[in-house]
Write a protein that binds this ligand. Sequence first.
Ligand code: ATP
Ligand code: MG
Length: 292
Amino acid sequence: MVSVVERLNAWRSSGRPRKAPLSRERERGVNAAAGATSGVLTGARIDIRKVSHRFGSADDQLQVLDDVDLNVAPGEFVALLGPSGCGKSTLLRLVAGLDQPSSGDILQDGTPITEPDPSRIVVFQDPTLYPWRRVWDNVALGLQARGILAQERHRVDEALRRVGLETFARAFPHQLSGGMAQRVALARALVNDPRLLVLDEPLGKLDSLTRLAMQSDLVDLWQRSRFSALLVTHDVEEALFLAQRVIIFSQRPARITAQIRVDLPYPRHRGDPRLTGLRHEALRHLGLDASW
Ligand SMILES: Nc1ncnc2c1ncn2[C@@H]1O[C@H](COP(=O)(O)OP(=O)(O)OP(=O)(O)O)[C@@H](O)[C@H]1O
Ligand SMILES: [Mg+2]
């Protein structure tokens, strides 16, 4: 899968007309996001309306999404759970603007999503860092692609500070652990001050201890920055630990079969008996509760 940064680079080098400089309103939004520690709500509202999606030609079609309706409120953290191959990553790609749905609409703050935009950043399972670029230069990619790095260098330092890697700014990717590399990928996303963070199994390849630590870090980053977040994970505990709402999908073509509101304050305690109850409920909706 092509990362958004690579997309942005390809987009830039394709000779496609560059977007106009940020409007005053947009600039204010970016600045508000940069100062989001003040608690300003900057997350995007996402409306997914009756979205269906098919791959293939008319005589050989694969229906992947079936009439999906889902809203993400500004600053909300929503997790998606569902069987492998049901269509979760496809839905994230549509929300990111990397593809267009076969039918239905996806809106950000009331405006149709038709192409990738730096306000929506995707983080994948694989950090996909450029091995020849130092950590700092990897994090700087998005700003560089947008042609604003020279005046915004401090944002790279700030993003590295936010993920606790400021002392590794000069390191190369091969000098990092897996967890650190994924932290760099997060910093590369955060440097853009995203209004929506799209997370496709971002912790899936980490060992279990690093994964637990990164889950707490993600909550912390989200609480400080207040972007909206749409997370795909196969880990029921992870979904319940992180999200305010967990959406459960059927087998392909993915339909929403249930949603669970996780009405617990942050930071959450993994041993909270209410989480155990919700876990049971989620597994039941996934048809996996036989051993519980
Ligand atoms: N570009 C594509 N062209 C054709 N079929 C595709 C394409 N991308 C995905 N698919 C198919 O769509 C279905 C859903 O894929 P998707 O990657 O969205 O599943 P997923 O829910 O993310 O699965 P997993 O949990 O294993 O990551 C799969 O059957 C896959 O083969
Ligand atoms: Mg997937």
